[in-house]
Structures are given as structure tokens and as C-alpha cells.
Design a protein around this ligand. Sequence first.
Ligand SMILES: [Zn+2]
Length: 119
Amino acid sequence: MAELTATQQNSLQSKLSELKEELEVLLASSSASSQTVDLDQPIGRLSRMDALQQQAMAKANRAGHQMRLTLVDAALMAIKRGCYGECRRCEEPIGFSRLNVRPESPFCYECQEQSEKIR
Ligand SMILES: [Zn+2]
């Protein structure tokens, strides 16, 4: 896998900045909507279940966004330190094609596969 060219890194950096903004907006709006479910309200059994389900889903989404934002921040830091695009486990270049799909990815394909098998 080849190391990133300056052009590739620039394009990934702007992707990461956009992603960061998007995630921050999503997180801000979801924190507002997750407060609207009041379980003490007599809203009936079915709608109560719906509300609970929606609340659980919003929570899961939020956790996912939060985790992704952490990775995006780490990737932006890595760009500043000049070690972006390096796998955090085996230190091999992650490769542009993979980063182009998931610019916040901290691991190369092989290491990602392995960590998913362990889990
Ligand atoms: Zn690796």
C-alpha cells in the first residue's frame, strides 16, 4: 500500500472537516430530541413502547455518531502531527482507497478485520 500524496491528504482533510461538522450538527439535534420523551406521561401502552424504542434508537445512533466524531478528531490530530494514514496497530500505510471511503479509519484493512474477529 502506497503512502498518501499531498493532494490525497488535502482532499481527505477537507472530508474529515466536513464530517466533523456534520456529526456535530447531528449530535446537537439528537440531544435536543432525546429529551422530549417523558415516560411519566399517560400516553398509552403502544405509544409508550414506540417512545421507548425511539429513545433507544436515538441513543444508539448518538453513541455511533459520538464514536465516529472521536475517530474524526483523532484523524485530524494525526494530520497535524504528520502521521495520518498510518495504521495505528501495524504502522503500515492504510491506503487512499480505504481512507477515501472512511477517512477517520485508524487501522488498515487487515488490522480492522482482526480486531472485529476478536470481538
Ligand atoms: Zn494495520
